[in-house]
Design a protein around this ligand. Structure first.
Ligand SMILES: Cc1ncc(COP(=O)(O)O)c(C=O)c1O
Ligand code: FES
Length: 448
């Protein structure tokens, strides 16, 4: 009964302008799987910036929310309760979700451990493996462009006496296989390299890296938070032993993720969390049934719609790229253009001041590599690792496009970006000099 009322309320919310990202009028180009009539058109809400930051997070797909709701209200049991129906039905739902997640990455459900997100999965994978095998293995290899939680886990290990190689990347953001080979030592215990980079969207050659790891009997971990559900991935093809996943990057709920751990050949970790021994002792704590169900549903939908999503997103990204570059000179794509997830377009704009560009783009919710947007007040370490010059790193903008982004939003983003850059050019003495044909590199700037 409660559930029915809640569902109706949510459907109404989706239909009203207050939630104008939801649109039940139908007939659009983005239909739903179950035909319940819930359509999502764009993610902009009235009076708020248009959202192009899908790498930071994504809205929950209404179908995912629908799958989750019963487990908040009627079927609220603890999945670990063994003595009554509430527990059993919750457990059944969690196990179904585990299978949906496993299927997306070509794994077995027994190899999936629920976590609070990719951050926790990365921590368990890296620290857990090294702690477990510490008698024999002392060395970790990762790259300079990993997510902070991977880099920080490695720093933590260094403080405990482990050694870590932070591999530089090529100018296009990809790992140099020869450098990786050269970094391997007999005591290397794990190599951790992300599948898709969150900032620049580049896709690493995981299958090649996996082959190298197998040959050298080194565990391979990959942070696939930005890859799973977006590009086809398979743990066997990639020969990865551990993989981190996050639900909220693929239209699932925040606060849930998973760690894939290979069973054959078996990889073992030391648990990070002490407690009731849930998740085979690897991650104690009650599994949050609604979140797990949401992640499972998000994975299933992603699998079914990946091809369609990819095509749709690629068209929008092309439109954005062409729209901007046909009107502006001096735009540079950060990261490989060829080995790239389509929903990430990271651009730098020449001859403008980063801070002013961001200030002028308040109507578009995007991320930036410039220092003024980060809490640490350091410009992006990812762009620096690519060797992007400081002025260009300061004007970098990451456009993140997703399943619910619309053409209209892209067109508006083009208009606002072009308009703002041109405005800033008009005020820029550097731009004037470039127009006069002066090579800026030839100028001797006064020293202070
Ligand atoms: C590549 C990558 N790894 C890990 C994370 C962290 O994921 P979560 O928010 O699920 O902890 C993110 C998201 O910020 C990410 O993009
Ligand atoms: S643009 Fe703000 S610090 Fe560089």
């Amino acid at each position: 009964m409660h559930l029915k009322i809640l569902r109706e309320r949510i459907i109404i919310m989706k239909k009203t302008s207050k939630f104008n990202k939801f649109n039940s009028s139908g007939g659009g180009d983005r239909g739903t799987r179950d035909g319940e009539g819930v359509m999502m058109k764009g993610v902009q809400m009235a009076g708020r910036p248009l959202y192009l930051d899908m790498q930071a997070t994504s809205p929950v797909d209404p179908r995912v929310l629908d799958a989750m709701l019963p487990y908040y209200i009627d079927q609220f049991g603890n999945p670990h309760s063994r003595t009554h129906m509430y527990g059993w039905e919750s457990d059944e739902a969690v196990e179904k979700a585990r299978e949906q997640i496993a299927k997306l990455i070509g794994a077995n459900a027994k190899e999936i451990i629920f976590t609070s997100g990719a951050t926790e999965a990365n921590n368990i994978a890296i620290k857990g493996v090294m702690h477990f095998y510490k008698e024999k293995k002392k060395h970790v290899i990762t790259t300079q462009t990993e997510h902070k939680c991977v880099l920080d886990s490695c720093r933590h290990l260094q403080q405990e006496g482990f050694e870590v190689t932070y591999l530089p990347v090529r100018k296009d953001g990809l790992v140099d296989m020869d450098e990786l080979k050269a970094a391997i030592r007999p005591e290397t215990g794990i190599i951790s390299i992300m599948t898709v980079n969150n900032e620049i969207g580049v896709i690493q050659p995981m299958a090649e890296i996996g082959e190298l790891c197998r040959k050298n009997k080194i565990f391979l971990h990959t942070d696939a938070a930005q890859a799973a559900g977006k590009i086809p991935i398979n743990v066997d093809d990639m020969k990865v032993d551990l993989m981190s996943l996050s639900a909220h990057k693929i239209y699932g709920p925040k606060g849930v993720g998973a760690l894939y751990m290979r069973r054959r050949p078996r990889v073992r970790v030391e648990a990070q969390m002490s407690g009731g021994g849930q998740e085979r002792g690897i991650r104690s704590g009650t599994v949050p049934t609604p979140l797990a169900v949401g992640m499972g549903a998000a994975c299933e939908i992603a699998m079914e719609e990946m091809k369609h999503d990819e095509k749709y997103i690629r068209e929008l990204t092309d439109r954005l790229y062409k729209g901007i570059t046909s009107q502006l000179d001096g735009v540079i794509v950060n990261g490989s253009m060829e080995h790239r997830y389509a929903g990430n377009l990271n651009l730098s704009f020449a001859y403008v001041e980063g801070e002013s560009l961001l200030m002028g783009l308040k109507e578009v919710a995007v991320s930036s590599g410039s220092a003024c947007t980060s809490a640490s007040l350091e410009p992006s370490y990812v762009l620096r690792a690519l060797g992007v010059e400081e002025d260009m790193a300061h004007t970098s903008i990451r456009f993140g496009i997703g399943r619910f982004t619309t053409k209209e939003e892209i067109d508006r983003a083009i208009e606002l970006t072009v308009d703002q850059v041109q405005k800033l050019w008009e005020m820029s003495p550097l731009w004037e000099m470039v127009q006069e044909g002066i090579d800026l590199k030839s100028i001797q700037w006064a020293q202070h």
